[in-house]
Design a binder for this molecule. Structure first.
Ligand SMILES: O=C(O)CCC(=O)C(=O)O
Ligand SMILES: [Fe+2]
Length: 349
């Protein structure tokens, strides 16, 4: 019998500010995604951009002090600095992507009242932040940052398909077709299954879902994909079962974005890292304790590396993960090479 997990709208509580209309909720559960325009305050997004500036600066400083780069390009702005640094040290964008640092402005975005009100409509009142979240510096014409067709469930333990994740994809620039916005295949979540993926796409650590497999196993066509251009302030909401990808960045500026996920607190994470409780039905005045992330001895990526026995130094821009064990490896590269030489390749609860 078809699972209702991804298609049935939960019973709604009392209305709260910013929430989706009945029609919008229906659209989210029916198509598997929805775009919300003018949703996040620009001031908050500006604060995040300032935090990212500091993060890029810190990374440049570190690489400079380690003798890895000879120019920090400190005079360049956020939307291009990493392009120059990438020429000095190929893979620096991957290092940033792997960083487990959760800045204060990011915390404010992740727990943004209006956004949590919407998430409550989707998964109910007991909400935790899921450990898989990313800051993505999509530098132009870089194959390592263009994500092929996939369902997010393909990155998790197989049982993750039985738990619902609500994901928000939020750009810190205007995300357009030219700079690599997202594409979603409507209704690809409706069978409630994870299709057969392969690993890894091109020079990346990403799993890949072939068009013919998508059609056969999920009953939807890549050709029916919707291109989701998201202006600054907008949010793309989707679930962990919908097939999606991001386009290549053909501009001369970085497409900055974050993807944040929420789960029901009682559900397992099906991945590495710690969850953070953000809302509780029994404690309406909950003060969020971020320490499971900010004080963790090791962040999600470090935990993953540790469990997989990946013992390389912090300047090695390699990502390998348990999904490489789950799917057939059809293309080898430096990321899969790391995986194959690592000791323990299993998932940890
Ligand atoms: O931002 C991207 O390029 C891909 C994001 C993605 O696949 C996700 O957030 O699940
Ligand atoms: Fe994804």
């Amino acid at each position: 019998m078809k699972s209702k997990l991804y298609t049935e709208i939960p019973k709604q509580g009392k209305p709260k500010p910013g929430q989706l209309s009945e029609k919008e909720l229906q659209e989210y559960f029916d198509k598997g995604f929805i775009v919300l325009y003018d949703f996040v305050d620009h001031e908050l997004l500006d604060d995040i951009r300032a935090d990212i500036c500091n993060q890029v600066d810190g990374l440049a400083e570190k690489l400079y002090n380690a003798g890895k780069i000879s120019n920090k390009y400190g005079e360049k702005g956020l939307d291009e600095r990493l392009i120059f640094l990438e020429k000095e040290y190929p893979g620096i964008a991957v290092l940033l992507h792997k960083s487990d640092y959760l800045s204060p402005a990011f915390q404010r975005l992740w727990s943004y009242e209006k956004l949590l009100n919407v998430i409550e409509q989707i998964i109910g009142p007991d909400i935790s932040g899921h450990p898989v979240w990313n800051l993505r510096p999509k530098v132009p014409r870089n194959d390592e940052l263009t994500v092929p067709w996939h369902q997010d469930n393909a990155y998790f333990e197989p049982s993750a398909v039985d738990t619902f994740l609500a994901t928000a994809w939020i750009p810190f620039v205007n995300a357009t077709k030219r700079n690599g916005c997202m594409q979603m295949v409507p209704k690809g979540h409706q069978r409630g299954i994870t299709a057969t993926h392969t690993c890894c796409a091109g020079p990346t650590w990403y799993v890949d879902l072939a068009g013919d497999v998508m059609k056969e196993e999920l009953g939807v066509e890549a050709g029916s994909a919707v291109t989701c251009e998201i202006p600054y302030g907008g949010v793309l909401l989707f679930n962990n079962c919908i097939p999606h990808r991001s386009l290549e960045n053909f501009t001369d500026a970085i497409r900055w974005s974050a993807d944040l996920r929420w789960q029901r607190t009682s559900d397992p994470t099906s991945s590495f890292g710690n969850k953070v409780i953000m809302r509780s039905k029994n404690n309406p005045n909950l003060d969020i304790d971020w320490s499971p992330i900010t004080n963790a001895k090791e962040g999600r990526n470090k935990q993953q590396d540790g469990a997989l026995g990946n013992d390389y130094d912090e300047f090695v821009p390699v990502i390998s993960g348990p999904w490489m064990k789950r799917w057939e490896i059809v293309k080898h590269n430096r990321h899969t090479a790391q995986h194959q030489s690592s000791a323990d390749q299993s998932f940890k609860p």
